[in-house]
Design a protein around this ligand. Structure first.
Ligand SMILES: [Mg+2]
Length: 146
């Protein structure tokens, strides 16, 4: 099953190597959906809400991959803002982090994340993790955004 080509993904990640890892894993799994990248929570909110000129991702992403440790606005702070926003609160968010801290897991699930994934160590594991996520996204129905 192929995901609607128009379905946009947003990766919120400050580490350029991790951005590359996700992009490479998308490519290796033939996931051709546009993957937008924001460097921190603040930048992601700007992209989602627009800056008086409308959002920069159209249609808005239905899935966000979110790092937790980021400058300016971290992943948990971003999630708090996202869930307060009537336009954005229903977006599925998967945390992709190196943080194995219990308090981060609790905070993330309290903000209704769809999954909390520890960043895979090597490229093969990264590829497999994205393949599993793609299988999940392909199985899910999302509201039409036309
Ligand atoms: Mg980080």
């Amino acid at each position: 099953m192929i995901i609607d080509r128009k379905m946009n993904f947003l990766l919120v990640e400050d580490d350029t190597i991790d951005v590359k890892n996700v992009q490479r894993a998308f490519k290796k799994n033939d996931i051709s959906n546009p993957l937008h990248v924001a460097g921190n929570g603040e930048e992601a909110l700007l992209m989602l809400r627009g800056n008086g000129v409308g959002p920069s991702i159209v249609p808005p992403p239905q899935v966000i991959l979110l790092d937790l440790n980021m400058p300016k606005m971290n992943g948990i702070e971003f999630l708090q803002e996202l869930r307060k926003d009537p336009e954005l609160k229903s977006i599925s968010v998967f945390v992709l982090t190196t943080s194995d801290e219990e308090r981060d897991k609790v905070a993330a699930y309290n903000l209704n994340v769809s999954g909390y994934i520890l960043k895979p160590i090597d490229t093969t594991q990264f590829k497999d993790a994205m393949k599993t996520l793609e299988a999940y996204w392909s199985l899910c129905e999302y509201p039409s955004q036309e």
